[in-house]
Design a binder for this molecule. Sequence first.
Ligand SMILES: Cc1ncc(COP(=O)(O)O)c(C=O)c1O
Length: 395
Amino acid sequence: MTPHFAARMARVTPNAIGELLALGADPSIISFGGGYPDPTLFPVAALEAVFSEVIRAPGGLAMQYAPSDGLPRLREQVADLMQRDGTPCRAEEVLILQGSQQGLDFAARMLVDPGDVIVTEDPTFLGARIAFDTARPRYAAIPVDADGMRMDRLEEVLTTTPKVRMIYTIPEFQNPTGVTLSLARRQRLIDLANRHDVVVLEDSPYRQIRFAGNPLPSLKSLDTQGRVIHLGSFSKVLVPGLRVGWALAAAPYLDKLKLLKTAADTQTSTLNMAATSLFLDRHDLDAHIADLRHAYGRKKEVMLDAIRRHFPQDVTVTDPEGGLFTWATFPEGFDATVFMRDVALPRARVAYVPGGSFFPVDPRPNHARFNYSAQPEDRIVAGIAALGDALKRHA
Ligand SMILES: Cc1ncc(COP(=O)(O)O)c(C=O)c1O
């Protein structure tokens, strides 16, 4: 039989990076590839206790179906988290999602027809592109510098490009570059979105993990017209395996997102929502996040210090104020995919994510993303030293 796929499947294809990273799963390889939090910091005992308690809830409530928009108590707790972070938020404006990834999928389904334009940072999160691609958009990719997405280029694109439906941005400690959108650019972005009547999709899974610099207002908190859809997640601040995230959006968008949620999977796992909610009631999430900030801030220093000592001088890296990643720029002509396949994996026994796949329009091969959260400090140093050695010998 020859399978006949819908047209929207044309861009649903495996990518070479997935295959390379699968090789990186070999335990003898030091992987800086995945965006994994440090598993030694997972609050195992607390989660064990809350799961065991919720599973015995009267009437089997935590094992029953739940409302599509999420457990009411959890929606209140998310609203409270958002408010304490400076973003006005009511429980009714919150939709619980199966990870913020689900919000990326829904946003594109809700707003984008084939051929419409999604504006992204250049480079941007690969998982977002994978989610957006089924809507068959065109991309307009805006360069990023040390202050995040460049607003002069955004203005140019919004002025000259028809059918822009959404500006997708990761304002804090962006994946993959680690950079943060400055306050002035946040204000300008909202201003441009208002003027050109475009929705802003604010993807903020790393926002709470700031270990340097001052917190900046979320785009949602600067939104005066209800055009920012904010996505948050418990993946990086609790555990990704819960698959619990959320969207905060104005009613017209939230209503549609809720219908997409029912269509996609009825609801997020009741058990996982109930456990997350009880964790928030019984434990101090802020204290846990303070531990994460401390640990990841240290690991970032360890990695950057090792890079400065071991990499060739012509390789530059970003210095993030939070999050999980730094972004390396190698000299023109260097191909990070080829180097990983031919040298880094087989000889240095180190994996990273070659940067090419993060560029939605024009892949640039001389970049790579390095994760510093997942590996212990001694393996960060050993991996970077081995890679630096290989770079000096083989580049
Ligand atoms: C920028 C960005 N958005 C969304 C996600 C998805 O996270 P979640 O686990 O909440 O689905 C990730 C995961 O790494 C991410 O880096």
